[in-house]
Design a protein around this ligand. Structure first.
Ligand SMILES: [Fe+2]
Length: 290
């Protein structure tokens, strides 16, 4: 697609998707990524994700046309997907979420970026995030997060709250009986992390604990060293809307951040990670990132 300069966006940073401008090779890239994940995910991903793909008819070949997608998404949960030219300011992002609009990139990765890219593309944003927005409970959670973000901006606590997004919306795991499932968009849109997050002995997998999670740093440059496991979307939503974050932010302001691989005595440990993968990486650090 042609580049559109940043000054052309509207006040809310949205731009038209201009679906007609996608080239055949870009649609083919979507299909290639879609097919690979669609084969891998059954049995690994939360069933609500597969239901979302179905409700939104995302298996239709080619890059989704937001106009078509939005008609189905609006019917399901009142959410919309809006295109943005790239990363948007935090306050803009939170405002969109609070009003049930999910911001998505329009571009799709090039063939040489198939397994890694720095900025989220339309495959990450739409395939990764949008299916769960067709789930009424998760849809409410995302809107509640947006409202929480608006408050966090005023309280100067967005770094703290961003960890909740990171460890749930992007890299969350869900308990299902004795096993675990993936639901975070950063995992489900990644071929390698869809396997790593569940099967690799390296990372910790520990129970969701809001306060503990908001003390924990995260990695932006590689697979996570700790994944947090929720009991259900209902529980995640209830804890998020039932928590008064202001005193929590105050309390945490005086505490030390936890390293990405730390295990605490009070943690519910589903799997104690070996951290062998992280140690094998040249970029390994004892816990920076953010
Ligand atoms: Fe994302």
């Amino acid at each position: 697609m042609g580049e559109i300069s940043l000054d052309m966006h509207k006040g809310d940073w949205t731009v038209p998707q201009e679906w007609h401008l996608y080239r055949a090779d870009e649609h083919a890239m979507w299909d290639r990524l879609f097919e690979r994940q669609a084969r891998l995910l059954p049995g690994r991903v939360a069933p609500a994700f597969l239901e979302g793909l179905d409700i939104l008819r995302l298996s239709k070949p080619g890059i989704p046309d937001f106009a078509e997608l939005n008609a189905r998404l609006m019917d399901a949960t009142g959410w919309q997907v809006v295109a943005v030219p790239g990363l948007v300011p935090d306050a803009v992002f939170f405002d969109h979420l609070a009003n049930r609009r999910f911001v998505a990139g329009r571009f799709i990765r090039r063939p040489d970026q198939i397994d890694y890219l720095e900025e989220p593309d339309i495959f990450h944003d739409v395939f990764g995030h949008v299916p769960l927005l067709a789930n009424p409970v998760f849809a409410d959670y995302m809107a509640a997060y947006g409202r929480g973000g608006q408050r966090a901006v005023k309280l100067g606590a967005i770094e703290r709250l961003a960890r909740l997004y990171w460890y749930t919306v992007e890299f969350g795991l869900l308990r299902s009986g004795d096993s675990l499932q993936i639901y975070g968009a950063g995992i489900v849109s990644s071929f390698s992390e869809s396997v790593f997050a569940l099967d690799d002995p390296s990372p910790n997998r520990i129970g969701f604990d809001l306060k503990r999670l908001m003390q924990t740093r995260y990695r932006i440059d590689d697979f996570q060293q700790t994944y947090f496991v929720i009991d259900s979307f209902e529980d995640l939503l209830a804890q998020t809307i039932g928590t008064d974050f202001a005193p929590l932010y105050q309390e945490l302001a005086g505490s030390t951040d936890l390293d990405v691989a730390t295990i605490l005595p009070g943690d519910t440990v589903f799997h104690l990670g070996t951290q062998a993968y992280a140690r094998s990486r040249p970029t390994h650090s004892s816990g920076s990132s953010e």
